[in-house]
Design a protein around this ligand. Structure first.
Ligand code: MN
Length: 302
């Protein structure tokens, strides 16, 4: 009866939506709302980290600056709603990113990068950075970086779906995927009938406006987890909303996340930390005038 009332597109025993709030912190001089990981919700598929930065007014002098720091075992997905930031990395890439473009960095066994908004025009910076855990088969591989400006868009009644990564409604993003997953930006409003891959678990991260599903309402900086087993959903967006639809095959490998590292054990993290702090060569060096960020001491070490 619930399914019929909401459009009949639900298949099987769908999970009741559960909503978590973000943790508020600061990164690179900007306020961030961290929607993942949270107590009770560590991952959605391989999505293991979601920071929403801004919206915040910046100037060329007072803006986002994140000095050189390393990553292992993950992809970073950077997606802006407003503003511009320059990425530099230890592979020699320098790439500015603007709204509607995807920066996808793959760390594999190790990469370092910096993000610098200095020199960009004054205005509002608003965006997200997400991490995807890499599976065992690729996490020890070479690092890489890709910038995608041409992403497919799918029209839904009242909204536009931009396929950032994965495939949605038959439209594939050109971005690399190491694990079956989906990331879609939904912009607009109204009642949207959204096709879903029923083997994926899904969540909706609200950036602007709000989203309602099965009587649950999520507001900005809330994450609505809707589980797996749905072949579709009828999502109601308030006018001029902006939300991310995240999904993926449940990630079955047990990850250990600490600082900027995704690993499988504390000893792997201790090794990565030592190699970064001692400039052991694993991560290379980043051509940036910003100061290198040292890895702090893990809480489990004396
Ligand atoms: Mn980073």
């Amino acid at each position: 009866m619930e399914a019929a009332h909401h459009g009949g597109s639900t298949e099987g025993p769908a999970v009741t939506p559960t909503i978590t709030d973000s943790h508020v912190t600061e990164v690179g001089g900007l306020l961030v709302h961290r929607a993942l990981p949270r107590h009770g919700r560590r991952t959605v598929g391989a999505w293991c980290f979601l920071d929403r930065f801004g919206p915040e007014d910046v100037t060329p002098q007072r803006t986002m600056t994140v000095g050189p720091h390393p990553h292992t075992g993950l992809h970073t997905v950077t997606w802006l709603l407003s503003g511009s930031v320059v990425h530099t990395d230890s592979l020699g890439n320098e790439q500015s990113i603007r709204p509607g473009q995807l920066n996808l960095m793959t760390s594999g066994q190790g990469i370092a990068h910096a993000e610098d908004g200095r020199g960009q025009p004054s205005g509002v910076v608003d965006g997200v950075q997400l991490w995807l855990a890499q599976p065992e088969g690729t996490r020890h591989g070479h690092p890489s970086f890709a910038h995608h400006e041409d992403l497919p868009a799918v029209g839904l009644s009242g909204a536009t779906a931009t396929v950032v990564i994965g495939e949605f409604a038959g439209a594939p993003s050109p971005a690399r995927v190491d694990w079956p997953l989906l990331g879609v930006d939904l912009a607009g409003g109204g009642i949207l009938d959204i096709p879903l891959e029923s083997s994926f678990e899904h969540a909706i991260a609200v950036l602007h406006g709000n989203a309602r599903l099965d009587g649950s309402l999520a507001s900005p900086n809330q994450l609505m987890y809707i589980g797996a087993g749905r072949a579709g959903m009828r999502l109601e967006l308030a006018e001029d909303s902006r939300v991310l639809l995240l999904g993926g095959q449940p990630f079955t490998e047990q990850i250990v996340m600490w600082w900027n590292f995704v690993a499988r054990s504390r000893s792997e993290i201790e090794a990565a930390r030592a190699q970064w702090n001692e400039d052991g060569g694993r991560f290379g060096s980043v051509p940036s005038t910003l100061d290198k960020i040292e890895a702090p001491r893990p809480f489990w070490l004396p």
